[in-house]
Structures are given as C-alpha cells and as structure tokens.
Design a protein around this ligand. Sequence first.
Ligand SMILES: [Zn+2]
Length: 516
Amino acid sequence: MSLVLINGVIYSERGREEAVVIRSGKIEYVGTNEDAIEVGGSRARIIDLRGSVVLPGIVDAHVHLDEIGLSSRMVDLRGVRSIGELKEKVRQARDKGKIIKGWIIGRGWDHELFKERRMPTRYDIDQVCPDIPTLLIRVCGHVAVANTKALKISGIMNKVATKNVEVDEKGIPTGVIFEDEIGSIMNNIPKMSVAERAEIIEEALNMLASHGVTAVGFMSCTPESFEALQILKKSGRLPIRVMVYFTYNMIKYLKALRLRGGYGNDMLRIMGIKIFMDGSLGGRTAFLREPYSDSNNKGILRMNKKEVRNILEEAHSLELQVAIHAIGDGAIEEALNAIEDSGIDGSSCRIEHASVVNEEIIKRMKKLSITAVVQPHFIISDWWIVQRLGTDRARWAYAFKSMIDAGVKIAFSTDAPVEPVNPWLTIYAAVTRGRYENLELYKYTANECLTFEEALECYTNGSRRALSMKEVVLREGMIADLTIVDRDPYAVSIQDLKRVKNVATIVNGRIVNLSL
Ligand SMILES: [Zn+2]
C-alpha cells in the first residue's frame, strides 16, 4: 500500500510542488495532487497536509537515549536561581516519590545562575533529603553534588582524596564530585531490567519522533541499552533509526560478541565508540591551550596523544568509528595530533563539540577530513562563555560559519538531554546566535550566523554523513525519511524559526508521528 501526502509544500529541484507519494520506504513521486492520487492507486492512504511543509528527515547526530528517557523521571534543575530553590525541588521530588530505583537523581543545575554564586554541597541536600541517596548532576554533566547518604553508599566518604572529589580544608568531601567519580556513584544505583530499559528508550525515541527527528547517533551506549534496543527492533518498536556508539571500555564486549562496526541494518547499526579528551567549559574542565580568562587553570586533558592513538588503531581494526569528545582548543589539537600520527583516515573520526577552535585547527580538520559534531544550542545555554574565554578567544567559540566556509564537514546535534530535543531550537540558535537574547557572544561572533538553508543542510546531510548514511534530496527514489512542519521555515522571520513545530514524521515510509 502506498502513502499519498497532498496539499503540502515541497521544495524539490524542479521548484515548489504540492504532493508526495511514498511506496516501499521510498519516495515514488513528487508533483501535483491529481497525479499523486493517480500514482498512489485506489488503495492508497491519503493524508491532507493542509499546507504543511515537507523537509528531508532531520538527524540528530549525538544524543543519549537512555538519559533522555530517564530525564522524565528525574528532577529537572534547569533554570534554578538559588540553592534554596534547588533544595525545594529536591524536597518536592522526595514528597512526590520521583525516585529511580531508590535514588533521587536531578540534572541541569548551573551555579552561575544561583544568587549565592557557589556550588551546592552535601550539607545543603541533607537538610531536605537525608534518607534517600541523592545525586544532582550539573547542566554540563561533568560536575555533580551528592548527599551524604549517596557518598556513604558509594564509599566516597572514606576514600583517599582524588582530584575528582572536592574536599574541605579538613580533607572531608563536600559532596561535589567531578568526571569519572560521577559514574562510580551511579554504579551504585540498582540496575534496571532490560525490559524496563527498553521502555525508557522507547519513550525517548517516540519523543524524538514527535519533534521530527528521524535518526539519531546514540552516544555512550552500554551493553544493557544495546540489548534493550535489539528487543525494540525485534518487536517492531523502533520508530526512528538508531546508530550506536559505545563507550570505549565496551570494546571488550564488542570483541567477545565478535561485533564490528557496521553490524546491524538501516534501523539499528553499530557505528563506533566514544572517548573523552576533556570536560566542559561550564565546569572549567574543557582543556584550553591557554588558561581560562576567569581562572588560572587550563582545564583537564583526560587522555594524551599516545593513548588516543592506541584506541584509534584498536577501533580501526574493528571497523569502528571513533567519536572524540573535545571541547577546548588544547584538547582538539591533541586529538588532531593523534589522528595525524596514526595515519588513520580522518573521515572515520568525529570530533564531538569542537567548541573552541582557531584558524589553524579549522584548516587541519578540513585537511584530515574530520567531521565536527556540534550543538548550536550551547550558544544559548553557555551565556557566560565570553567571561570564560575572553573576547579574542570567544570570537572562535562555536565558529560554524568559518568551519563551513573552510570546507569542514559539520553535523548538528543536541547532546540531549543536555540541550532540548526540539531541532527548531537548535536551528534558531545556529541562525541567530543569541542576537535576540542579548547574549554577549553575539557581539563577537555575529559573522558566524548560518542561514536557514545552511543549518538545515548540517542537520540533514551533515548529520547523515557523520553516521555513514546516504545523503538525501527531496526527489523520486529518495529514502522516505521526512520531517513535516506547520509553517514554512524558508519564509518565516529568523526569530520565528524557534516556533516551527513538527506535525508529522515519516521514517522508512512509515508514519511515526502524526499531529496534523
Ligand atoms: Zn554527549
């Protein structure tokens, strides 16, 4: 049976068209309503788009599916303005039983927004929640605060101080922890069953589909989540395409199961592994060439060139891509050095975030044929970035236009749940760069604004290339992955790009969201 979409707006190579026919997962026809109805045949399902606009399917190249799913059960701490308000949110969560496997997990606080201008401590949280282990992760994901109960369960209270555990002048943990130590606390949360995990991931996938996302790169996937995805696939519950990147320490698991890059099919495929070179700008753990402008450290380099090179070689032998988290210019340089030294084809490597660059870095990325997987919405969230970097370096923050002009391949993403899933907020951020939010960064980087067309290209073909998917154009023969929206993004004012809403999503010829 075919699917016929009529009364729409489709910008094809031939000009503006009004109808699309989809059959066997592909676009069979683009043209007029009458012809589409004829091509579709008498048994076709006809959908009246009522003027909605059909675009190639949006692809989010970097998300965390398990965390998106869990975030609906977490305490949302984004936009909290004081430690008092943070405590109130934890108290409410405790009262309402917003608890995951016996723990209260919160996410999204940013102490830069607090009127106290300091990080919360375990003593703050103990006041409202002494009895349930509680872990509150900062907006960047690289810093967290835990209550005393959580620290005790995790053995951190008695641990010899490490650089990832903040201590007071007596050497006693304050509850603030960094980087790997967050994972070691999370390891104490009882594991979900595979069925529970499948349910959570399914929720996340449906949420993405409702925003018009047709495929994702799932970063830092675990064996449990991969098993859950396979259950979803087998039972026909995968609404959108999932391209999987495991954490590096899963390479043993892949070897044991004799899994290589490329395993799977067009709906679910193993792509690669992800490694971390540095942390975040928010937590001042992203590694910069020169110290931060508002402190005297340079951040943390988590891996050196040699370690990265070894991983690249190991991954290469298993045909796995390597996605390298590198935010600061120092970390990006070290990653490029490693790729260069290894002699491995840069097109099998991605740099995640690539937030702070310079002309030299951009040239090298182009030369090595590396894809930058960027998150334009960071521009809106990182409103403090000019203080962190100083004005000269801020000029090179999120320098998407310079990258495109130099021929660097760019993929768009949200890093959700770090940034919102809605792709129109990402596109709006890439096109306006904080102009209407009066962000300081706009002053220094107005020349880095993209056009809507450029942003859409990054979000469709740019992301598809990063995930080794075939490029698309709206024409006969194209794979039927479509994002359909309520207004014409080519015609609206740039301010209104953030108001564009998804009304239908089609993946592989199948309707996975319909809210017309
Ligand atoms: Zn991420």
